[in-house]
Design a protein around this ligand. Structure first.
Ligand SMILES: Nc1ncnc2c1ncn2[C@@H]1O[C@H](COP(=O)(O)OP(=O)(O)OP(=O)(O)O)[C@@H](O)[C@H]1O
Ligand SMILES: [Mg+2]
Length: 253
């Protein structure tokens, strides 16, 4: 089986500054892979280059064996690659269900709700409820986003990312800005997503990383320092030095 994700020599420069330096990473189907590293290590930049949010300077990205390097982010989504952002992108004045319906409309290119048949609207509502069920948000469908605890808002974003029916989901700090009492809940629900969905997440909280990742990659100054199981990473002296020493000063980006 092709790997879900394979980057080869992925590099992203901002002018002369190398934010992502020759990163080669392979994720088998169904992986739950964490990227860790100090602030400014290039984790988000790597995700930008991987998903096509920004065009890589060099290197390549394959999704399920298909080279998507020349493709835009939108085209990569059609090959099964979806992402969430480090910063919340919801319509907080609308309900959870309305946010999902807007995502489905955007996916299907049907912005003029007025013209839609009752049948297709019913289908969209059913699908929105299905997506909410994937992150166990069903009972909040009619709640206004602004009334939800922040942790649940982040789950709404994940449900929206799932609207494109991805085989690979990339999560940039899914628990960022969430009180620590809710961050575990977010990760439990992410973990409960279908086993064949490949997950790549950036997270600073090492307790969450060690609990929910099966593989961990450590980025430092744009480079892949090492990769391994949670046990291997927690025992790695270099990781302790460069990363664990930096713990706890994560600025809200
Ligand atoms: N658009 C940009 N233009 C110039 N430099 C940038 C740009 N975006 C990021 N950088 C720089 O690239 C480096 C990597 O940033 P990036 O956001 O990828 O780090 P990160 O590992 O995600 O950090 P954090 O843990 O704080 O989210 C940083 O030095 C940052 O200042
Ligand atoms: Mg980041």
């Amino acid at each position: 089986m092709n790997p879900a994700i394979k980057t080869s020599g992925l590099t992203l420069k901002f002018g002369n500054f190398v934010a992502v330096d020759n990163v080669s990473l392979t994720l088998p189907v169904g992986a739950r892979h964490a990227i860790i590293g100090p602030n400014g290590a290039g984790k988000t930049s790597f995700v930008h280059a991987l998903t096509g949010t920004l065009a890589a300077t060099s290197g390549s990205v394959a999704v399920n064996g298909k080279d998507v390097t020349p493709l835009s982010q939108a085209r990569r989504v059609r090959h099964g690659l979806a992402r969430t952002f480090q910063i919340n992108q919801l319509f907080s004045g609308l309900t959870v269900l309305e946010n999902l319906l807007m995502a489905l409309q955007e996916r299907d290119g049907t912005s003029a709700v007025f013209w839609r048949s009752v049948a297709s609207q019913t289908r969209a509502i059913d699908e929105a409820h299905e997506l909410l069920a994937l992150v166990q948000l069903g009972k909040h469908a009619r709640d206004r986003v602004s009334s939800l605890p922040y942790g649940l808002r982040r789950l709404v974003e994940i449900a929206i990312a799932l609207a494109t029916r991805p085989s690979v989901l990339i999560l940039d700090e899914p628990a960022a800005g969430v009180p620590s009492t809710q961050s575990e809940l977010i990760f439990e629900r992410i973990h409960a997503l279908p086993q064949n969905m490949t997950l790549l997440f950036i997270e600073h909280d090492m307790n969450l990383v060690f609990r929910f990742a099966d593989q961990i990659s450590v980025l430092v100054a744009g480079r892949l320092l090492t990769q391994g199981s949670p046990a291997q990473i927690s025992a790695d002296e270099r990781v302790r030095e460069v990363y664990l020493g930096h713990r706890g000063h994560h600025a809200a980006a």
